[in-house]
Structure formats: structure tokens, C-alpha cells
Design a protein around this ligand. Structure first.
Ligand code: AP5
Ligand code: MG
Length: 220
């Protein structure tokens, strides 16, 4: 199963990706997590992209396309994968098609902008695993500490309100055109496009996604 999670910053892509990864045994490929790991490790690539990420801009299509092409060709992706944060532009979406990476599902998680600002200002992240928490909506067992490893949680630099507004503006301008792009592909029978109300509880969103994915695999 190959799928894409589409949605604004803070819509819950990373949160839902962890549930899907576990249930369907496919790896989550979060381009944001990959980039943040490189920044944190201070590799030359990480140093090259740090400023763009901190300011909430988009890393160039050429870099991202190559990164995803390489990652999806690895052995653990043979039975499928979940893309979280890619594609983000029409050109990135076209690269998947050109590289014969055909998708089964695109799942759009929809949340209005004002709710996203609240979500991102309270988010805490475990950098190594990409596990996400929220101080109110999904608190860790012990404040500031990852439940599974006991390591410290961080706040992302790009979660400051002004940067979040910039990320949202870029999403609406550069990524939202993918909604029509993928709905058209759905109409041509090339994949299934699923829209989910992301303002529901995390558990309700999870159940709705699972229902769609299970229903579809039963009819095959
Ligand atoms: P990336 O890491 O992909 O960030 P993003 O797309 O902005 O999305 P987020 O990770 O902020 O949100 P999310 O939808 O995963 O929400 P989450 O589950 O954490 O990208 C970061 C940067 O990398 C980009 O700005 C760019 O610079 C670069 N980049 C990455 N990919 C790129 C690409 N393809 N091309 C170019 N550049 C690229 O949830 C958010 C919060 O809400 C959490 O606290 C969570 O606990 C809470 N929450 C989740 N669901 C619910 C719910 N149902 N109810 C209440 N709270 C909830
Ligand atoms: Mg995320």
C-alpha cells in the first residue's frame, strides 16, 4: 500500500502516520523528520537547509525529489510506504508519476487555520523518532519527556506563531493545488482520494482513516 498524507502544518499528519505505520506495517517517510535529523546532525546538507526550515520556507524541489526517490527505493519500502510532507508542490507530485511511483491513496486531513496555530504552539516533539505530543491535547506521561525513551522533548523553531503563519501561507499557495491534482487522478481511477475532518479527536480521525483503508482492501 502506497499512500500520501496531505494537510496543512499541524493538521495531524505525523500523529496519524504513526498509527498507520503500526497497523499496516509500512514505513512512514516524513521529509520534515529527515531534514530535521540532518540539521541536528550538522551534516553539510543539514547546514544547507537549516535556514529554510527554520523560516518555514520550502526546500528546493530538486533536492526533495532526489531524496524521496532514493528513500522509496530502499528495501523496507517494497510492500509500500506512507509519505508525510511530500509532495508539497505540483512538480514534486509529477516526479512521483514520472518515476513510476504510483499511489493507492491520498488522504487529506482538513483543519481550519486558527485551530492549527493553537496546535503548533503547544506541540512538543521527540526529535529522533518524530513522535509528537501536545501540552493539552496529547500530553506525555511526564512533562517534557518522551514516553518511550525517557529523552527530552523539544519545541520546533518553526512552531513560533509568525513562522507558522508563513508556513500556512506557503501551504495555501504551493501545496493546496495538489488537492485538485489528486482529485482529478481519483476521477480517472488512478488512485483513491479521501477527505477527513481533522478537527475530530485523534482517535476518531484514526478510526475514520482505518475504515477507509480496510474497506478498500476488502473490495479488492
Ligand atoms: P514538516 O515536518 O512536514 O512540517 P509540516 O508539513 O508543516 O507539518 P507538521 O509536522 O508541522 O504538522 P503535522 O501535520 O505532522 O501535525 P502533527 O501530527 O505534528 O516540514 C517541516 C519543514 O521541512 C517545511 O516547512 C519545509 O521547510 C521542509 N520540508 C519538508 N518536506 C518538504 C518538501 N516535500 N518540500 C520542501 N520542503 C519540505 O500535529 C500537530 C500538533 O497537533 C501536535 O501537538 C499533536 O499532538 C496535535 N494534534 C494532532 N492531531 C490532533 C487532533 N485530532 N486533535 C487535537 N490535537 C491534535
Ligand atoms: Mg509532521
Amino acid at each position: 500500500m502506497r499512500l500520501v498524507l496531505l494537510g496543512c502544518p499541524g493538521a495531524g499528519k505525523g500523529t496519524q502516520a504513526k498509527f498507520i505505520e503500526e497497523k499496516y506495517a509500512i514505513p512512514q517517510i516524513s521529509t520534515g523528520d529527515i531534514l530535521r535529523a540532518a540539521v541536528n546532525a550538522k551534516t553539510p546538507f543539514g547546514q544547507q537547509v537549516k535556514q529554510t526550515i527554520d523560516e518555514g520556507g520550502l526546500v528546493s524541489d530538486d533536492i526533495m525529489i532526489e531524496l524521496v526517490k532514493e528513500r522509496t527505493s530502499q528495501a523496507d519500502c517494497q510492500n509500500g510506504f506512507l509519505l508525510d510532507g511530500f509532495p508539497r508542490t505540483i512538480r514534486q507530485a509529477e516526479s512521483l508519476w514520472q518515476n513510476k511511483i504510483h499511489l493507492d491513496f491520498v488522504i487529506e486531513v482538513k483543519v481550519p487555520d486558527d485551530e492549527l496555530i493553537k496546535r503548533l504552539s503547544g506541540r512538543r516533539v521527540h526529535l529522533k523518532s518524530g513522535r509528537v505530543y501536545h501540552v493539552l491535547y496529547n500530553p506525555p506521561k511526564k512533562a517534557g519527556i518522551d514516553d518511550l525513551t525517557g529523552e527530552t522533548l523539544i519545541q520546533r523553531i518553526d512552531d513560533q506563531e509568525e513562522t507558522v503563519r508563513n508556513r500556512l501561507a506557503i501551504y495555501h499557495q504551493q501545496t493546496e493545488p495538489l488537492v485538485k491534482y489528486y482529485k482529478d487522478m481519483d476521477e480517472h481511477g488512478q488512485l483513491r482520494y479521501i477527505e477527513i475532518d481533522g478537527t475530530q479527536s485523534m482517535d476518531a480521525v484514526k478510526k475514520e482513516i482505518f475504515n477507509y483503508l480496510d474497506e478498500d482492501s476488502e473490495t479488492k
